[in-house]
Design a binder for this molecule. Structure first.
Ligand code: KG4
Ligand code: ZN
Length: 346
Protein backbone atom coordinates (compact mmCIF):
# COMPACT_ATOMS: atom_id res chain seq x y z
CA UNK A 1 0.00 0.00 0.00
CA UNK A 2 1.35 3.48 -0.90
CA UNK A 3 2.06 5.89 1.94
CA UNK A 4 -0.80 8.24 1.03
CA UNK A 5 -3.18 5.30 0.69
CA UNK A 6 -2.47 4.21 4.26
CA UNK A 7 -4.00 7.41 5.65
CA UNK A 8 -7.71 6.75 5.94
CA UNK A 9 -10.22 8.11 8.43
CA UNK A 10 -10.89 4.65 9.85
CA UNK A 11 -7.53 3.58 11.26
CA UNK A 12 -8.79 0.08 12.10
CA UNK A 13 -8.92 -0.84 8.42
CA UNK A 14 -5.50 0.35 7.40
CA UNK A 15 -3.04 -0.79 10.05
CA UNK A 16 -0.65 1.49 11.83
CA UNK A 17 0.15 4.98 10.60
CA UNK A 18 3.18 6.85 11.93
CA UNK A 19 2.80 10.63 11.88
CA UNK A 20 5.80 12.84 12.62
CA UNK A 21 4.66 16.07 14.35
CA UNK A 22 6.56 19.36 14.29
CA UNK A 23 5.87 22.29 16.64
CA UNK A 24 7.65 25.64 16.40
CA UNK A 25 4.99 28.31 16.97
CA UNK A 26 6.62 29.94 20.01
CA UNK A 27 9.79 29.19 21.98
CA UNK A 28 9.83 25.35 21.88
CA UNK A 29 11.23 23.35 18.98
CA UNK A 30 9.48 20.00 19.35
CA UNK A 31 9.27 16.84 17.25
CA UNK A 32 7.38 13.64 18.03
CA UNK A 33 6.26 10.46 16.33
CA UNK A 34 2.75 9.22 17.12
CA UNK A 35 1.17 5.99 15.89
CA UNK A 36 -2.50 6.00 14.85
CA UNK A 37 -3.17 9.34 16.55
CA UNK A 38 -2.90 7.66 19.95
CA UNK A 39 0.42 6.08 20.78
CA UNK A 40 3.39 8.34 21.47
CA UNK A 41 6.48 6.52 20.17
CA UNK A 42 9.13 9.18 20.82
CA UNK A 43 9.56 12.90 21.31
CA UNK A 44 12.23 15.51 21.90
CA UNK A 45 12.06 19.22 22.69
CA UNK A 46 14.56 22.07 22.68
CA UNK A 47 13.35 25.16 24.49
CA UNK A 48 14.67 28.69 24.12
CA UNK A 49 12.80 29.72 27.31
CA UNK A 50 16.06 30.17 29.26
CA UNK A 51 17.44 32.47 26.58
CA UNK A 52 14.08 34.31 26.37
CA UNK A 53 14.10 34.75 30.18
CA UNK A 54 16.98 37.22 29.74
CA UNK A 55 14.57 39.49 27.88
CA UNK A 56 11.55 38.91 30.18
CA UNK A 57 9.44 37.37 27.40
CA UNK A 58 9.63 35.77 23.96
CA UNK A 59 11.57 37.84 21.38
CA UNK A 60 10.32 36.62 17.97
CA UNK A 61 13.67 36.94 16.16
CA UNK A 62 15.48 35.08 18.94
CA UNK A 63 12.84 32.31 18.82
CA UNK A 64 13.23 31.94 15.03
CA UNK A 65 17.03 31.73 15.23
CA UNK A 66 16.88 29.12 17.99
CA UNK A 67 14.40 27.01 15.98
CA UNK A 68 16.73 27.14 12.98
CA UNK A 69 19.60 25.76 15.04
CA UNK A 70 17.56 23.21 17.01
CA UNK A 71 15.23 21.62 14.49
CA UNK A 72 17.59 19.13 12.86
CA UNK A 73 19.19 17.91 16.14
CA UNK A 74 15.69 17.58 17.66
CA UNK A 75 14.57 15.44 14.71
CA UNK A 76 17.64 13.23 15.09
CA UNK A 77 17.14 12.90 18.84
CA UNK A 78 13.46 11.94 18.42
CA UNK A 79 14.23 9.23 15.87
CA UNK A 80 17.13 7.86 17.94
CA UNK A 81 15.08 7.77 21.14
CA UNK A 82 12.32 5.76 19.46
CA UNK A 83 14.72 3.80 17.20
CA UNK A 84 12.48 4.92 14.36
CA UNK A 85 13.90 4.86 10.80
CA UNK A 86 13.04 8.09 8.96
CA UNK A 87 11.86 5.99 6.04
CA UNK A 88 9.11 4.44 8.21
CA UNK A 89 7.32 7.80 8.65
CA UNK A 90 3.95 7.80 6.82
CA UNK A 91 3.05 11.50 7.09
CA UNK A 92 4.09 14.82 8.59
CA UNK A 93 1.96 17.21 10.64
CA UNK A 94 3.11 20.73 11.45
CA UNK A 95 1.70 23.67 13.41
CA UNK A 96 0.82 26.22 10.71
CA UNK A 97 -0.59 28.82 13.13
CA UNK A 98 -1.39 30.81 15.13
CA UNK A 99 2.00 31.87 16.46
CA UNK A 100 5.06 33.95 15.68
CA UNK A 101 5.57 34.21 11.91
CA UNK A 102 9.35 33.66 11.85
CA UNK A 103 9.04 30.76 14.30
CA UNK A 104 6.22 29.09 12.36
CA UNK A 105 8.10 29.50 9.08
CA UNK A 106 10.95 27.31 10.31
CA UNK A 107 8.61 24.43 11.21
CA UNK A 108 6.44 24.75 8.10
CA UNK A 109 9.39 24.99 5.71
CA UNK A 110 11.13 22.07 7.40
CA UNK A 111 7.92 19.98 7.21
CA UNK A 112 7.47 20.69 3.51
CA UNK A 113 11.10 19.83 2.73
CA UNK A 114 10.91 16.62 4.74
CA UNK A 115 7.59 15.70 3.11
CA UNK A 116 9.03 16.24 -0.37
CA UNK A 117 12.17 14.28 0.49
CA UNK A 118 10.30 11.33 1.98
CA UNK A 119 7.42 11.52 -0.55
CA UNK A 120 4.82 11.52 2.23
CA UNK A 121 1.82 13.83 2.75
CA UNK A 122 2.15 16.95 4.91
CA UNK A 123 -0.72 18.48 6.85
CA UNK A 124 -0.90 21.82 8.67
CA UNK A 125 -2.70 22.00 12.03
CA UNK A 126 -4.09 24.70 14.34
CA UNK A 127 -1.92 25.11 17.44
CA UNK A 128 -4.83 25.49 19.87
CA UNK A 129 -6.80 22.60 18.43
CA UNK A 130 -3.60 20.57 18.74
CA UNK A 131 -3.42 21.41 22.47
CA UNK A 132 -6.82 19.71 22.88
CA UNK A 133 -5.44 16.60 21.14
CA UNK A 134 -2.95 16.03 23.95
CA UNK A 135 -6.04 14.38 25.48
CA UNK A 136 -6.37 12.00 22.51
CA UNK A 137 -2.98 10.55 23.45
CA UNK A 138 -4.52 9.29 26.70
CA UNK A 139 -7.83 7.78 25.52
CA UNK A 140 -10.26 8.28 22.62
CA UNK A 141 -12.13 11.61 22.86
CA UNK A 142 -15.81 11.30 23.81
CA UNK A 143 -17.98 13.73 21.83
CA UNK A 144 -19.72 16.11 22.32
CA UNK A 145 -17.53 17.75 24.93
CA UNK A 146 -16.37 21.11 26.20
CA UNK A 147 -12.72 22.11 25.97
CA UNK A 148 -10.85 24.75 27.93
CA UNK A 149 -7.57 25.98 26.43
CA UNK A 150 -5.41 27.99 28.78
CA UNK A 151 -1.99 28.95 27.47
CA UNK A 152 0.39 31.91 27.34
CA UNK A 153 -1.38 33.41 24.33
CA UNK A 154 -4.96 32.12 24.57
CA UNK A 155 -7.80 31.46 26.97
CA UNK A 156 -10.69 29.87 25.11
CA UNK A 157 -13.72 27.70 25.90
CA UNK A 158 -14.93 25.56 23.02
CA UNK A 159 -17.81 23.27 22.20
CA UNK A 160 -16.13 20.22 20.71
CA UNK A 161 -18.67 18.39 18.57
CA UNK A 162 -16.44 15.95 16.72
CA UNK A 163 -13.01 15.68 15.09
CA UNK A 164 -12.72 18.82 12.95
CA UNK A 165 -15.87 20.42 14.39
CA UNK A 166 -15.13 23.03 17.05
CA UNK A 167 -17.08 26.17 18.05
CA UNK A 168 -15.64 28.91 20.25
CA UNK A 169 -18.04 29.72 23.11
CA UNK A 170 -15.92 32.30 24.89
CA UNK A 171 -12.40 33.69 24.96
CA UNK A 172 -10.28 36.35 26.56
CA UNK A 173 -10.94 39.93 25.52
CA UNK A 174 -7.38 40.98 26.37
CA UNK A 175 -4.58 39.06 28.12
CA UNK A 176 -4.47 35.27 28.32
CA UNK A 177 -4.41 33.44 31.65
CA UNK A 178 -0.75 32.49 31.15
CA UNK A 179 0.06 36.09 30.30
CA UNK A 180 -1.53 37.17 33.60
CA UNK A 181 0.88 34.78 35.37
CA UNK A 182 3.85 35.96 33.27
CA UNK A 183 3.14 39.69 33.81
CA UNK A 184 2.32 39.21 37.50
CA UNK A 185 5.59 37.30 37.90
CA UNK A 186 7.47 40.21 36.37
CA UNK A 187 5.82 42.61 38.87
CA UNK A 188 7.09 40.28 41.62
CA UNK A 189 10.59 40.20 40.16
CA UNK A 190 10.26 36.54 39.09
CA UNK A 191 11.70 35.19 35.81
CA UNK A 192 9.83 34.16 32.65
CA UNK A 193 7.82 31.92 32.27
CA UNK A 194 5.95 33.19 35.30
CA UNK A 195 3.33 30.45 35.83
CA UNK A 196 5.56 27.82 37.46
CA UNK A 197 7.35 30.52 39.51
CA UNK A 198 4.06 31.95 40.82
CA UNK A 199 2.85 28.43 41.64
CA UNK A 200 6.03 27.65 43.59
CA UNK A 201 5.95 30.93 45.54
CA UNK A 202 2.19 30.68 46.21
CA UNK A 203 2.76 27.35 47.97
CA UNK A 204 4.67 29.19 50.72
CA UNK A 205 1.92 31.81 51.29
CA UNK A 206 0.44 32.30 54.75
CA UNK A 207 -3.04 30.78 55.00
CA UNK A 208 -4.31 33.73 57.07
CA UNK A 209 -4.81 36.53 56.43
CA UNK A 210 -5.19 36.01 52.69
CA UNK A 211 -4.73 38.77 50.14
CA UNK A 212 -7.35 38.98 47.35
CA UNK A 213 -7.17 40.26 43.80
CA UNK A 214 -10.37 41.02 41.85
CA UNK A 215 -11.67 39.11 38.82
CA UNK A 216 -13.45 40.88 35.95
CA UNK A 217 -17.24 40.67 35.72
CA UNK A 218 -18.22 40.53 32.06
CA UNK A 219 -21.98 40.15 32.48
CA UNK A 220 -24.20 37.31 33.74
CA UNK A 221 -24.22 34.98 30.70
CA UNK A 222 -20.77 35.79 29.32
CA UNK A 223 -18.27 33.01 28.69
CA UNK A 224 -15.50 35.50 27.96
CA UNK A 225 -12.50 36.33 30.16
CA UNK A 226 -10.53 39.47 30.94
CA UNK A 227 -7.19 39.28 32.73
CA UNK A 228 -5.53 42.59 31.84
CA UNK A 229 -6.72 44.33 35.05
CA UNK A 230 -4.75 41.82 37.14
CA UNK A 231 -1.43 43.17 35.90
CA UNK A 232 -2.01 46.67 37.38
CA UNK A 233 -3.71 45.28 40.48
CA UNK A 234 -0.72 42.99 41.13
CA UNK A 235 1.73 45.86 40.65
CA UNK A 236 -0.23 48.01 43.11
CA UNK A 237 -0.34 45.18 45.63
CA UNK A 238 3.43 44.74 45.39
CA UNK A 239 3.86 48.44 46.22
CA UNK A 240 1.37 48.23 49.10
CA UNK A 241 2.78 44.95 50.57
CA UNK A 242 6.44 44.68 49.51
CA UNK A 243 7.10 42.10 52.27
CA UNK A 244 4.25 39.75 51.27
CA UNK A 245 5.46 38.42 47.91
CA UNK A 246 4.28 34.85 48.52
CA UNK A 247 0.82 36.05 49.60
CA UNK A 248 0.58 38.17 46.43
CA UNK A 249 1.60 35.17 44.28
CA UNK A 250 -1.18 33.18 45.97
CA UNK A 251 -3.70 36.01 45.38
CA UNK A 252 -2.78 36.14 41.68
CA UNK A 253 -3.04 32.37 41.26
CA UNK A 254 -6.34 32.40 43.14
CA UNK A 255 -7.82 35.20 40.98
CA UNK A 256 -6.86 33.49 37.70
CA UNK A 257 -8.21 30.13 38.89
CA UNK A 258 -11.46 31.68 40.16
CA UNK A 259 -12.09 33.31 36.77
CA UNK A 260 -11.35 30.05 34.92
CA UNK A 261 -13.44 27.85 37.22
CA UNK A 262 -16.45 30.22 37.43
CA UNK A 263 -16.65 30.73 33.67
CA UNK A 264 -16.16 27.02 32.94
CA UNK A 265 -18.96 26.29 35.44
CA UNK A 266 -21.21 28.71 33.56
CA UNK A 267 -20.30 27.02 30.26
CA UNK A 268 -21.17 23.59 31.68
CA UNK A 269 -24.56 24.93 32.84
CA UNK A 270 -25.30 26.47 29.43
CA UNK A 271 -23.99 23.47 27.48
CA UNK A 272 -24.41 20.31 29.57
CA UNK A 273 -22.02 17.65 28.25
CA UNK A 274 -20.58 14.59 29.99
CA UNK A 275 -16.90 15.43 29.37
CA UNK A 276 -14.58 18.40 29.88
CA UNK A 277 -11.09 18.40 28.31
CA UNK A 278 -8.41 20.79 29.56
CA UNK A 279 -5.37 21.81 27.55
CA UNK A 280 -2.54 24.33 27.39
CA UNK A 281 0.45 25.28 29.51
CA UNK A 282 -1.52 26.78 32.42
CA UNK A 283 -3.21 23.38 32.92
CA UNK A 284 0.10 22.29 34.47
CA UNK A 285 -0.99 24.27 37.55
CA UNK A 286 -1.81 21.93 40.46
CA UNK A 287 -4.36 24.22 42.18
CA UNK A 288 -6.20 24.73 38.88
CA UNK A 289 -6.37 20.96 38.39
CA UNK A 290 -7.77 20.49 41.90
CA UNK A 291 -10.40 23.24 41.57
CA UNK A 292 -11.49 21.98 38.15
CA UNK A 293 -11.82 18.51 39.71
CA UNK A 294 -14.21 19.89 42.34
CA UNK A 295 -16.19 21.82 39.71
CA UNK A 296 -16.60 18.72 37.58
CA UNK A 297 -17.76 16.54 40.44
CA UNK A 298 -20.40 19.18 41.26
CA UNK A 299 -21.57 19.09 37.62
CA UNK A 300 -21.14 15.29 37.34
CA UNK A 301 -18.82 15.78 34.42
CA UNK A 302 -15.78 13.64 33.59
CA UNK A 303 -12.63 15.76 33.72
CA UNK A 304 -9.71 14.98 31.40
CA UNK A 305 -6.32 16.60 31.87
CA UNK A 306 -3.19 15.54 29.98
CA UNK A 307 0.00 14.86 31.96
CA UNK A 308 2.02 18.03 32.62
CA UNK A 309 4.60 17.36 29.88
CA UNK A 310 1.81 17.20 27.30
CA UNK A 311 0.06 20.36 28.63
CA UNK A 312 2.84 22.70 27.54
CA UNK A 313 3.85 23.05 23.89
CA UNK A 314 4.83 19.68 22.38
CA UNK A 315 4.77 17.93 19.04
CA UNK A 316 2.89 14.79 20.13
CA UNK A 317 -0.35 16.79 20.19
CA UNK A 318 0.44 18.10 16.69
CA UNK A 319 0.99 14.57 15.36
CA UNK A 320 -2.21 13.33 17.07
CA UNK A 321 -4.36 16.03 15.48
CA UNK A 322 -2.50 15.62 12.18
CA UNK A 323 -3.57 11.98 12.05
CA UNK A 324 -7.26 12.96 12.09
CA UNK A 325 -6.79 15.88 9.67
CA UNK A 326 -5.06 13.53 7.22
CA UNK A 327 -7.92 11.06 7.60
CA UNK A 328 -10.33 13.85 6.69
CA UNK A 329 -8.37 14.45 3.49
CA UNK A 330 -6.52 17.62 4.47
CA UNK A 331 -3.11 18.24 2.85
CA UNK A 332 -0.82 21.23 3.00
CA UNK A 333 -0.31 23.07 -0.27
CA UNK A 334 3.41 23.26 -1.01
CA UNK A 335 2.97 27.00 -1.65
CA UNK A 336 1.17 27.57 1.66
CA UNK A 337 2.48 30.07 4.23
CA UNK A 338 2.02 29.95 8.00
CA UNK A 339 -1.23 31.51 9.25
CA UNK A 340 -0.59 33.93 12.12
CA UNK A 341 -4.28 34.85 12.57
CA UNK A 342 -6.22 31.62 12.43
CA UNK A 343 -9.79 31.28 13.77
CA UNK A 344 -10.37 28.14 15.82
CA UNK A 345 -14.07 27.62 15.03
CA UNK A 346 -14.66 25.21 12.13
O1 KG4 B 1 0.74 26.24 26.10
P1 KG4 B 1 2.02 26.88 26.47
O2 KG4 B 1 3.19 26.00 26.80
O3 KG4 B 1 2.51 27.85 25.36
C1 KG4 B 1 1.64 28.67 24.63
O4 KG4 B 1 1.38 29.78 25.11
O5 KG4 B 1 1.16 28.20 23.56
O6 KG4 B 1 1.71 27.84 27.72
C2 KG4 B 1 2.69 28.63 28.33
C3 KG4 B 1 2.06 29.38 29.47
C4 KG4 B 1 3.00 30.45 30.08
O7 KG4 B 1 2.27 31.67 30.20
C5 KG4 B 1 3.33 29.87 31.46
O8 KG4 B 1 3.57 30.87 32.43
C6 KG4 B 1 2.09 29.07 31.77
O9 KG4 B 1 1.70 28.49 30.53
N1 KG4 B 1 2.34 28.00 32.76
C7 KG4 B 1 1.76 27.95 33.97
C8 KG4 B 1 2.34 26.82 34.63
N2 KG4 B 1 3.21 26.22 33.79
C9 KG4 B 1 3.20 26.96 32.63
N3 KG4 B 1 0.85 28.73 34.54
C10 KG4 B 1 0.49 28.44 35.82
N4 KG4 B 1 1.00 27.39 36.52
C11 KG4 B 1 1.90 26.57 35.98
N5 KG4 B 1 2.38 25.54 36.67
ZN1 ZN C 1 0.71 26.37 23.15
Amino acid sequence: MGKTGKIKSDASEVGSVKVLGIESSCDDTAIAVVEDGRKLLAQAVASSAKIQARYGGVVPEVAAREHTMAILPVLQETLERGRIPLASIDAIAVTEGPGLLGALLIGVTFAKALGLGLKVPVVGVHHLEAHLYANALMEPITFPALGLLVSGGHTTIVFWEDHGRIRVLGETRDDAAGEAFDKGARALGLPYPGGPEIERLARTAATTPRLRLPTANLGPGSLDFSFSGLKTATREMVLAHPDRRADIAWALEDAVIRALVNTTGRALTQHPVPDLYLAGGVTANRALRDHMGELCSRHQVRLHIPPVELCTDNAAMVAALGYYRLGQGHRMDMGASPVTTYPLSH
